[in-house]
Design a binder for this molecule. Structure first.
Ligand SMILES: [Zn+2]
Ligand SMILES: [Zn+2]
Length: 382
């Protein structure tokens, strides 16, 4: 079938919205009519070459929709089910899948790099030169910045029909990544004093996760004052505008009896903010790196301090997601009013306006922008 899709043709050039061909779902695959897709920083990172991708590819990894057709042997979902995409469709067989860490699935990681489905193919193509067809690669086996997509059945999680698609869409990446970092990777418990560096879409969800866990102090840090206003609305108890301070470390020490926080979350992906996270954490505390830096970038830390201060440094990928159980749990928090997801959406765009949405994200103007399929161009503000 012919579908409109956001195609990234080359690094540093905004995607073009093109009419492309989508193959029917093969064995073990499903076709989903995408209803809403979030514009995530990782899509922008693909455009900017921070996350290397095989191109040309169809963007998008945070979305929700309706199962429209299923291939042979599909048992997880049926036509008409509402689903959220999981951008780590774990294989179930590698070491990590067998040891309760499907977020670390070797197979899913390799396929994300190759840009194909498990059988080595991609369902998207377009006319090439000389009457040939040209394959369009996939973004993490998802490619949901398109009217329809075809994904492995493990790449969808069925959800209740009461959940608005926009809410479901951003649960699949921003909410999972942020709340999961706080509740799962960090294992926050009541009374912890935490700091969150970087208060964009994912950072706000780390703040929500910390609030859910009962953290007694949540210090939000960002160079952008607008993001600190958001942070307060989502549960930060204190804010620090890093751009205006010569020494943000002493600002945190002043708020924590000179000790530093128990847990610091870095949600930026830069060496200097990782060093800042290390510096504001108390001895034997924990640093959780959520932000994704460009591949090849290193961070320098004091080798003496590693044993002498005994801080724990860890990372969090996709909020340590076990999508099948975590997505329904997150939506339950949403239904109870414990997670504010609708309020994360600051902008809505039509698919044709994706370049505009990415530019607004890059300028730091959005909490979360959502592409609403079938919507006419509106130009942003929700
Ligand atoms: Zn994402
Ligand atoms: Zn696996």
């Amino acid at each position: 079938m012919k579908v409109r899709a956001a195609v990234l043709n080359e690094e540093n050039v905004m995607p073009s919205i093109e009419t492309v061909t989508l193959a029917d779902p093969a064995e073990g695959q499903v076709r989903v009519k995408v209803m809403a897709a979030g514009v995530c920083h990782s899509d922008l990172s693909a455009v900017r070459g921070v996350i290397p991708q095989t191109m040309p590819l169809v963007l998008g990894h945070e979305g929700a929709g309706i199962v429209e057709a299923v291939g042979e042997g599909v048992t997880r979902v049926s036509v008409g089910d509402h689903v959220i995409f999981s951008w780590v469709p774990s294989c179930g067989e590698c070491y990590f899948c067998q040891h309760e860490r499907p977020d670390m699935c070797d197979h899913a990681f390799m396929l994300a790099t190759l840009g194909t489905l498990p059988d080595g193919t991609t369902p998207f193509s377009r006319p090439g030169q000389d009457g040939d067809t040209e394959d369009l690669y996939m973004f993490s086996q998802t490619s949901c910045l398109a009217e329809y997509t075809v994904v492995p059945e493990k790449g969808v999680v069925p959800i209740g029909k009461d959940v608005p698609f926009e809410v479901a869409a951003i649960t699949g990446c921003a909410v999972m990544t942020g709340v999961g970092a706080a509740l799962k990777s960090a294992g926050l418990t009541p009374g912890r004093r935490v700091a969150v560096i970087g208060c964009g879409g994912v950072g706000l969800n780390v703040i929500q996760g910390a609030r859910l866990a009962g953290a007694s102090q949540i210090i939000a840090m960002d160079h952008d004052e607008r993001k600190l206003d958001d942070a307060r609305r989502f549960g930060a108890t204190h804010t620090i505008a890093t751009a205006q301070l010569g020494d943000p470390i002493s600002a945190v020490l002043d708020l924590t009896d000179g000790l530093g926080v128990d847990d610091a979350f870095e949600v930026v992906g830069r060496p200097e903010t990782i060093q800042l996270a290390y510096g504001i954490t108390r001895k034997a505390g924990q640093i959780v790196v959520v932000g994704v830096a460009k591949m090849g970038v290193n961070v320098e830390l004091s080798a003496f301090a590693l044993p002498a201060e005994a801080k724990h440094i860890t990372g969090s990928w996709y909020g340590q997601a076990v999508a099948d159980t975590d997505f329904p749990r997150l939506l339950e928090y949403y239904r109870q009013g414990d997670l504010r997801i609708e309020e994360l959406i600051s902008h809505r765009f039509a698919l044709e306006e994706l370049p505009e949405a990415l530019e607004a994200l890059e300028r730091g103007e959005v909490r979360r922008a959502v592409i609403v399929m079938g919507q006419q161009g509106s130009g942003g503000e929700a």
